[in-house]
Design a binder for this molecule. Structure first.
Ligand code: NAD
Length: 260
């Protein structure tokens, strides 16, 4: 379905982004991976995806908190592939603390990586998408783009910001063959979730098991973690012609969390 197209997936060395990158490659897209991690491990992911699906896969180490590195990543990808047809803004970090104890540098980092990076990637890829009259932008937002949880001030603010940015860009590109949508997962079992369990346990004064049972899965009526492959499947669907009238949508995939 995506042969000849190129997908840039930020934060794709792990978790949801890696599953999206793999799913795009499976559909025939060339892929630009991005994110941090062990150099040898990233190279092994890159070459494995390229071989498995017979597509070109590149890796950019650009730091999504740095606008100049974002611009350079897009320039390099466009020089190699001609355009970025599919942009998946997925890189994200988390920090859990009461608002009055929330470290200012963590606030700044979360706003930069989880929100501002999407502004910088979108403004860089749009001119070429407009020239081609086709583009798909998929934001990995969160149920926290729709509802709040305590101790996640920066994350909730950033994800609500992503919902707003998604709607604005949808209106500005509506007649240009470009769609932009935000997928809003509930709790997905990835390293990001695993890492926040100890801090959440500390902030709430409960055990790590109780965080999983009474904080995370309590929010999700299905009592199941969402899987990375389910999110990747939705991302692929949003690139399809069938989905061409879905734009500016804030799409929960949260086991019913935000229905409550
Ligand atoms: P993860 O920690 O497994 O992956 C995060 C990715 O972002 C990694 O590849 C990491 O290297 C990259 N990254 C972090 N900082 C970066 C930076 N400065 N520059 C470039 N890359 C950077 O986490 P995940 O759970 O897969 O999260 C991916 C996205 O999904 C995030 O935006 C997150 O907010 C969102 N999300 C996750 C869940 C969940 O439950 N896991 C739920 C809703 C939304």
């Amino acid at each position: 379905m995506l042969t000849g197209k190129t997908a840039l997936v930020t934060g794709s060395t792990s978790g949801i982004g890696l599953a999206i990158a793999r799913a795009m490659a499976k559909e025939g897209a060339n892929v630009v991976l991005n994110g941090f991690g062990d150099v040898a491990e990233i190279e092994s992911i890159r070459s494995e995806i390229a071989e498995a699906f017979d597509v070109a896969v590149r890796y950019s180490p650009a730091d999504m908190s740095q606008p100049d590195q974002i611009a350079a990543m897009v320039t390099e990808a466009e020089a190699e592939f001609g355009a970025i047809d599919i942009l998946c803004n997925n890189a994200g970090i988390q920090h859990v603390a009461p608002v009055d104890e929330f470290p200012a540098e963590k606030w700044d980092a979360i706003i930069a990586i989880n929100l501002s990076s999407s502004f910088h990637t979108i403004r860089a890829v749009l001119p070429e998408m407009r020239t081609r009259g086709w583009g798909r932008i998929i934001q990995t937002a969160s149920a926290h783009a729709l509802v709040a949880s305590p101790y996640k001030a920066a994350y909730v603010a950033a994800k609500h910001g992503i919902a707003g940015l998604t709607k604005v860009v949808a209106l500005e590109t509506a007649e240009q063959g470009i769609t932009i949508n935000a997928i809003c997962p509930g709790y997905v079992w990835t390293p990001l979730v695993e890492r926040q369990i100890p801090d959440t346990a500390k902030a709430r004064g409960i055990s790590e098991e109780a965080v999983k049972r009474d904080v995370m899965l309590t929010a999700q009526p299905t009592k199941e973690f969402v899987t990375v492959d389910e999110i990747a499947g939705m991302a692929v669907f949003l690139t399809s012609d069938t989905a061409r009238n879905i734009t500016g949508a804030i799409l929960p995939m949260d086991g019913g969390w935000t229905a409550a």
